[in-house]
Design a protein around this ligand. Sequence first.
Ligand SMILES: *[C@@H]1O[C@H](CO)[C@@H](O)[C@H](O)[C@H]1NC(C)=O
Ligand SMILES: *[C@@H]1O[C@H](CO)[C@@H](O)[C@H](O)[C@H]1NC(C)=O
Ligand SMILES: *[C@@H]1O[C@H](CO)[C@@H](O)[C@H](O)[C@H]1NC(C)=O
Length: 519
Amino acid sequence: MATKYSPLSFTVFSSLLLILLATTSSTAQAIKAAHGFSSIKEATVHDIQLTFKQNQLSSRKLVELYLKQISRLNPVLKGVLEVNPDALYQADKADHERNSKAPGSLSPLHGIPILLKDNIATKDKLNSTAGSYALLGSVVPRDAGVVTKLRKAGVIILGKATLSEWSSYRSNGAPSGWSARGGQGKSPYTMGDPCGSSSGPAISVAANMAAVSLGTETDGSILCPSSNNLVVGIKPTVGLTSRAGVIPISPRQDTVGPICRTVADAVYVLDAIVGIDHYDNATIEISQYIPKGGYAQFLKADGLQAKRVGIVRDPFYNFGNDTIATRTVEQHLKTLRKQGTILVDNLKLANLVEIYRSSDEGTALAAEFKIYMNAYLKELVASPVRSLADLIAFNKKNSKLEMLEEYGQDQFVEAEATNGIGNAEKAALANLAKLTREGFVKLMTKNKLDALVTPGSSVSHILAIGGFPGVIVPAGYDSDGVPFGLSFGGLKGSEPKLIEIAYGFEQATKIRKPPKFKI
Ligand SMILES: *[C@@H]1O[C@H](CO)[C@@H](O)[C@H](O)[C@H]1NC(C)=O
Ligand SMILES: *[C@@H]1O[C@H](CO)[C@@H](O)[C@H](O)[C@H]1NC(C)=O
Ligand SMILES: *[C@@H]1O[C@H](CO)[C@@H](O)[C@H](O)[C@H]1NC(C)=O
C-alpha cells in the first residue's frame, strides 16, 4: 500500500503535479445525564468542564467512557497503542482535587484525558517506542518536557497513540499510519489511509476515543493526519513547545502540538504545553513569542476581521478534475471575505518549485537524524538498543516482527551512512535558509500577510524548513469522500493571529461532523 503523499518521504515533494489536496484514495454511545453532558460524542473541553462543575460528571466516569469507546473501536481503527493502567487512579486524584481546591484555581485541562503519540516519552507504566519493538522495555530518564507540563495542569494521561513507525523516518516504503507494534491505523471516515505520522492522535480524537491528543511534526505529520481525519491540528513554531524526551528526527524541524476536534480545545492544550524547558534550550529564545495571558484570549468570534490572508494558486489550488474540492474551497474563500478578511489573491512564491524539488531537506535530516537519534538512545536509563546502528541490526534480527522485507529501512540506512554535519549538509542547510528567506518570508512581509491559506496539508514543506507555525481546520470532503482541512500558515510566533483566523473560520463554517461507521 502506497500513499500519494506521505509526510517526510521526500521523493513525493518532487512532484508538483500531484494534487496536493489530501492524501488517499479512498456512535459513540450516548450516556444521558440530567443536564449539559449527554455523551462523550464530540464533547469539548468546555462541555466537560461545565459538566464537572454541575456535578454531572467525574473524571473517573469520563475515563471509563473513553476506555469503553477504545475497547469497542480500536480493534478496527488502531489509533491507540496502549492505555495507561494508572488512568483511573489519575482520574480519582483529579476528582479529589476538584472537590478540594478553590473553583477557578484549576487549569482548563484539569481532569481531561489526553492521548500522546508514542514518540512522546512518559516515565510511568506506559512504553515509549515510536511504534517499534526495538524500544520495548526501554526506560526513559524522565517525562518529556510537554508531559511534565501536562501533569502539572492536572491532565490525565489516557495512553499512547499509534503513529507511522519512527514518525515516518524508517523507510519510504512503509505505509502511512503503520507501525510494527500498532498495526495499520485507519481513518474513521474512509477506513483507509489516516495519513501520518501522527495518525493515532488524529484517528482517536476523530472517533471520540479521547478528549484531546498530542502529535508531533517534522514535515506534515500533524497537518496531514488532521486533514485526513477532519480534525484541528496546531503545528507550533519550532521551539515554542519542548522536544525534550521526544523521540527525534531533527530539533531544527521537530515540534510538538495538539490534535483535537475544535480550535478551542487545541488552544487549551497549546496553552498547557508551551514555555521554557531547560532540557530543550530552544524554548528559551522562542518563549519571547508567548503572549501574556496565553493563547485562549485569541478565540474571538470576529477573528477573521481585517486579517490579510495570501493565496498562492499554483500549485496549491490545482485540484485536477475534482470539482467538489474546487467548489468547496472557493466557497470558503468567499466566507473568509464575507467575514472581513482581506484576501490577497494570485500571489507567487518566488522559489516554490525549487523548494519542493530540492533534496536539501532530506540531506540535512539524514545527518541530523543520526546525531539526535543516537543522543536520545544514549540517554535512556536502560534500552536494548543504544544507537541507530543497533536499530538497523534489530530490524534485521527481527525482520518478521518489523516487516523488514515488505517495508525496508532505507531511511535508517541512508542516515547511518552520514558522518555529522559536513560540507554537503552545511550547504544544504544554507540553501534551506536562503529558500525560506527569499520565498515564504519575503512573500509574507512584502504583502504584509497575517497568514497564507492553502487547502489540505500541502504547505507543510514550506513551514517545515523554516520552523514556521500552521493551524489546520476541517474544510470538507473531496470527490472521493476523503476529508480535508484548510491550513493557515504564518511567520514565527504568529500563533495569536493564526488562532484568531482559524477560530473565526471554524465558527463561520462548522464543517466538522463525527464519522459515520458501523463497528
Ligand atoms: C509495556 O510493554 C511491556 C512489554 O511488552 C508490557 O508488558 C506492558 O504491558 C506495556 N505497558 C503497557 C501500559 O501497555
Ligand atoms: C542549555 O544551556 C545551558 C547554558 O548554556 C547549558 O549549561 C545546558 O547544558 C544546555 N542544556 C541543554 C539540554 O542543551
Ligand atoms: C478524474 O481523473 C482521473 C484520472 O485523470 C479519473 O480516474 C477519475 O475518474 C476522474 N474523476 C472524475 C470525477 O471525473
